[in-house]
Design a protein around this ligand. Structure first.
Ligand code: SAM
Length: 313
């Protein structure tokens, strides 16, 4: 079940674009919504819910003073979350130069109390060696985060391998790697249920029909679909992440799976936990002004998986 409508008692407790440049162009040209606009869109509930999930992941794996590497940091939407987690140092990277500039500007606006030393770089984190910018001998993170972006790496095996190498070589032994990606099983199951290569609802749209993927099975790499999420992503090419291949690949690069949970399941488990519930209330995932996450938003929430790995000691 999706979160209950708000009441006190409940609370008392892109087309045919495939290259890295095209992804960068897509995100570079997305207009940044102001705070007021963000509060009013049709996917406000989904946005806040997803932010809650990211906060849960961050709070579970970050520790005071830790070094964080955010690969695909976007416009810096998670900076405050890292500040609340009292991290010691942050490096944010993204292929979209404009987003990186916006992230840096957002960082400069942060209050001194929640601020931490940070550096930002525009760089392809999946198709190119990271060490062009950050040499592993000089830098080892305790925590690497790729939120809502790792699926772009599954365009090809070469790219996925480069990504795993980038992550593994920059993560200290015992460190964690956290990510959120679309659930390929869910996307394909839904396509079969709908008996159509295009489906969606009022807030999202998935179109396998725009590509000549050979069949409807989840291949290991390069199975493309166009994804649109109201006011966030428009007709952007994404790739299915074949989970068994991802887990095996990660293992080859010294990363062991800790968990992989669909967002709906994570919600059901976490909401029983006092701290997660308090965060849910503080972040106003639902409140008096927006007492529920719409059914269409809740379906879109169900697309995603929260995943964590740890690097072998
Ligand atoms: N992680 C941020 C968040 O959760 O708010 C941004 C998520 S946004 C949906 C996806 C991001 O992935 C975009 O900022 C995009 O530029 C970035 N991205 C896509 N391909 C990339 C690549 N090869 N290297 C680095 N960043 C990439």
């Amino acid at each position: 079940p999706r979160p209950e409508p708000f009441h006190d008692e409940a609370l008392a407790h892109k087309p045919c674009k495939s290259s890295a440049e095209q992804v960068a162009e897509h995100y570079n040209t997305r207009r940044e919504l102001g705070m007021v606009e963000r509060l009013r869109t049709r996917i406000t509930g989904l946005r806040v819910f997803n932010n809650w999930v990211k906060s849960l992941l961050i709070n579970s794996h970050a520790f005071p003073g830790c070094k964080v590497l955010d690969l695909g940091c976007g416009k810096g939407g998670d900076l405050r979350k890292w500040g609340y987690a009292q991290i010691g140092e942050y490096v944010g990277m993204d292929i979209a130069q404009v987003s990186v500039e916006q992230a840096e500007a957002r960082y400069n606006e942060m209050g001194m109390l929640t601020r931490f030393p940070a550096r930002f770089y525009a760089q392809d984190c999946y198709g190119e060696p990271l060490e062009k910018t950050l040499r592993p001998v000089d830098y080892q993170a305790n925590l690497i985060s790729t939120q809502f972006c790792l699926h772009y790496a599954f365009e090809s095996e070469k790219k996925a391998r480069q990504t795993m190498l980038n992550i593994s070589s920059h993560l200290a032994p015992g460190g964690a790697f956290i990510c959120t990606i679309p659930n390929a099983n869910w996307l394909v199951k839904r396509m079969r249920e709908e008996k159509s290569k295009s489906y969606g609802n009022s807030v999202y749209r998935v179109e396998f029909s725009k590509y000549s993927n050979s069949d409807e099975r989840i291949s290991r790499y390069g199975v493309a679909y166009a994804f649109t999420l109201d006011e966030a992503v428009e007709d952007c090419t994404e790739y299915l992440v074949h989970m068994p291949s991802f887990i095996q690949l990660a293992q080859e690069y010294g990363l062991e799976l800790l968990y992989c949970k669909p967002f709906h399941e994570l919600y059901q488990q976490s909401i029983c936990n006092q701290k997660a519930l308090e965060l849910f209330q503080r972040m106003r995932v639902v409140d008096e002004s927006r007492p529920e996450i719409s059914a269409d938003e809740w379906e879109a929430v169900g697309i995603y998986l929260a995943i964590a790995f740890t690097k072998r000691q």
